[in-house]
Design a protein around this ligand. Sequence first.
Ligand code: NAP
Length: 298
Amino acid sequence: MNEQADAPVILKGKPVADLILENCRQRVRQIVDATGVQPCLATVLTGSDPASQKYVDRKAKLCQDLGMKSIKVTFPETTTTEELVAKTRELAEDPAVHGILLQHPMPGQIDERAAFEAIGPAKDVDGVTFYSFGTMTYGLAGFDSATPGGIMRLIRHYKVPVEGRHAVVIGRSVILGKPMAMLLLDANATVTICHSRTTNLPEVVRQADIVVAAVGKPNFVKGDWIKPGAVILDAGFNPGPKGNVGDVDYDDCLPRSGMITPVPGGVGPMTLAVLMEQTVTGAARQLGVETAREPAAV
Ligand code: NAP
C-alpha cells in the first residue's frame, strides 16, 4: 500500500485565505475607481484584553494592506451597554463606515446581544445579528457568521465531501456552533449538535464523518473519539504557554483523521478573510457598485 496516499490532508487556511484576500484587493480597487471611496471597517474594542487588542490591530493592518480604511474605537473595561450601543448606532449611521465589528468577548456587564443588534443588517460583516442568522439559515444573501463562513470556504476549497455525511458540531454558541450547524445542513450534511449537557460525547463524535470543534477548551477532542478517516475542523483558539492551541488534540487525532485543520493556520486566517470579504461586499452594496467574487477565489 502507498503510505503517502493515506496520509491525512492538512487543511491549511492561509493559502485559501490569501486567494480570498487577493480578490478583495481587486474589488476594493474597483470600488475606489468607481466612487473614490475606500471601503471602511470600524472595530470596537471594549476593555483591555491584550489578545483582543492584538486581533483588532491585525484587522486594521489587513485593511491597510487591502487598500481599505479602518476606524478603531476603544472603550474602557467599565463601559456600559448604553454607551456601547450608542456608539455602535452612530457608526451604523455613518455613511463613511461600511462594516462594523464588535470585538468579543466583552466585559461581563455588557449586554452583548443589545450591542450586536445595534449594528443593524447592512453593516453586520461579522454576521452576529439576528438578521444575519436568519438570512444564513434560510440560505438567502446576507452575511455569514465569519468563522463558520470561513470553515465552509475551506470545505469548498479542499472539496471535503459534505452531502449525505454525518457532521458533528461540538459547541452551540450563536456565533459559532449554531451557525456552523445551519451552514452544514444547508450543504446537505446530516448534522448533530453537541454541547456541555450531551451525554457520552466521545461515542457521538465517533459516528462523525466530519467533526467541528467549537468548545473553547484546549486539546479537548481526543484521538480515540475519531472515526478513522474523519475530517476534523478545529475552530478552537486557546492561549497556551507555547502559543495558541486548538480545541482538538492535534497530535492525538492526526493519525486517525483523513483531513485536519492545524491551529494556528487553519480556521483562523479564514475567519479574517471572510470578515474582510464581507466588508468589501457591504461597501459595494452600500455604494451601489457591482463587484464580483472571482471563481478562482473560492
Ligand atoms: P463559547 O461561547 O464559550 O461556546 C462553547 C460551546 O462549547 C458551548 O456551546 C458549550 O456548551 C460547549 N461546551 C463547553 N464545554 C463542553 C463540554 N465539556 N462538552 C461539550 N460541549 C461543551 O465559545 P465560542 O465563542 O463558540 O468559541 C469556541 C472556540 O472557538 C473557542 O476556542 C474560541 O476561542 C474559538 N473561536 C475561534 C475563532 C476563530 O477565528 N478561529 C472565532 C471565534 C471563536 P453549552 O452551550 O452547553 O454551554
